[in-house]
Ligand binder design. Structure first.
Ligand SMILES: CC(C)(COP(=O)(O)OP(=O)(O)OC[C@H]1O[C@@H](n2cnc3c(N)ncnc32)[C@H](O)[C@@H]1OP(=O)(O)O)[C@@H](O)C(=O)NCCC(=O)NCCS
Length: 150
């Protein structure tokens, strides 16, 4: 069941102190997209990764985005929203964190060609498909390379 999104959602940069919270959140909501503990720690601590979370008043994590930042280009590693808070604009809000927070000229990403929800969200936010990578993912599905320039 969808839950109404409180307007007081805070988008904050996450750090290693959020490791357990982020890990539990990811395991609970994105079981088919596995990350090792080492990867999650890297997202939260290495300089070139930026991880922002959407937090409720009572500090519940309900979405997050990880991207890399190199000079003026961002590349999205993962973006996910709590299953009960989807379709209320939060994914789009997090998607706009890189360009809203840093001075960048381009954001890129790879998304499974089967992930209709994500592809629609990216298109709605100005991303365009620039190439297709056949059999890119481990289960042989294709990936769409999508880019937005600013
Ligand atoms: C993809 C995802 C991040 C979208 O988050 P969200 O908060 O629901 O997205 P938004 O509310 O900003 O949706 C924006 C638009 O995307 C499209 N969209 C979102 N979910 C959709 C769905 N289930 N089916 C079709 N279109 C969808 C719609 O066009 C929507 O606009 P609308 O609601 O006005 O029609 C979310 O479904 C999710 O966490 N999925 C699992 C993780 C994932 O696949 N991440 C992306 C790959 S890294």
């Amino acid at each position: 069941m969808a839950l109404p999104l409180n307007t007081n959602i805070k988008i904050s940069l996450l750090s290693l102190k959020h490791f357990q919270k982020l890990k539990m959140f990811h395991v609970e909501h994105f079981a088919n997209h596995k990350f090792s503990n080492q990867s999650i720690k890297a997202f939260l601590s290495l300089d070139h990764y930026k991880t922002f979370g959407a937090l409720t008043n009572d500090s519940q994590l309900i979405g997050y985005i990880v991207f890399t930042l190199a000079v003026d280009e961002a590349d999205i590693v993962f973006l996910g929203i709590h299953t009960q808070f989807r379709r209320q604009g939060l994914g789009s809000k997090l998607l706009n964190v890189p360009c809203g927070t840093f001075s960048i000229s381009k954001t890129s990403l790879e998304v499974s060609a089967q992930n209709v929800a994500a592809i629609n969200m990216y298109r709605k936010n100005g991303f365009k498909v620039t190439s297709i990578r056949r059999g890119y993912f481990s289960n042989e599905t294709d990936a769409l390379n999508m880019i937005r320039y600013y």
